[in-house]
Design a protein. Structure first.
Length: 141
């Protein structure tokens, strides 16, 4: 299950043959995001397990499993900002129940990221996905 925004990213990745071009696209996605206000860059929003500094701020509309999930995020590393943008495309606009049903590994695997990210970046990406799933689990209850 992927959002239309994520499908657009996947289609662009299919179109780009060279991984350098794909990396540039990921970075461009990150540059297009609004920066997170300094006041939101606090320990409560920081994602543990990332080599870079990463913050995820959930914005959930409604209550229970049917609440709509959105989030804002930021990082001090450009490639990681791009990964946040990809996760935003994957999850934002879904209900909390749908967020928990997303097979992030399979969806992100369609982009080939795991084959081309360093082990530190892959671990950080997994940590971001786990944080999103944790937020969805806690708020869906």
């Amino acid at each position: 299950m992927a959002t239309e925004a994520f499908e657009e990213i996947a289609e662009t990745f299919d179109f780009l043959d060279d991984w350098e071009d794909r990396y540039r696209h990921v970075i461009d996605l990150g540059k297009a995001m609004d920066p997170l206000e300094e006041a939101l860059r606090v320990p409560a929003t920081k994602v543990q397990g990332c080599a870079s500094q990463v913050w995820i701020v959930p914005e959930i509309e409604g209550d229970g499993a049917g609440a709509v999930f959105r989030f804002r995020g930021d990082s001090d590393a450009m490639i990681v900002r791009g990964l946040i943008a990809i996760l935003n495309a994957l999850y934002s606009g879904l209900t909390l129940k749908e967020v928990l049903a997303v097979d992030a590994g399979a969806e992100l695997g369609r982009l080939g990221l795991n084959d081309h990210l360093s082990s530190q970046r892959s671990n950080g990406l997994r940590a971001m996905v786990e944080r999103i799933r944790l937020i969805a689990t806690e708020r869906a209850a």
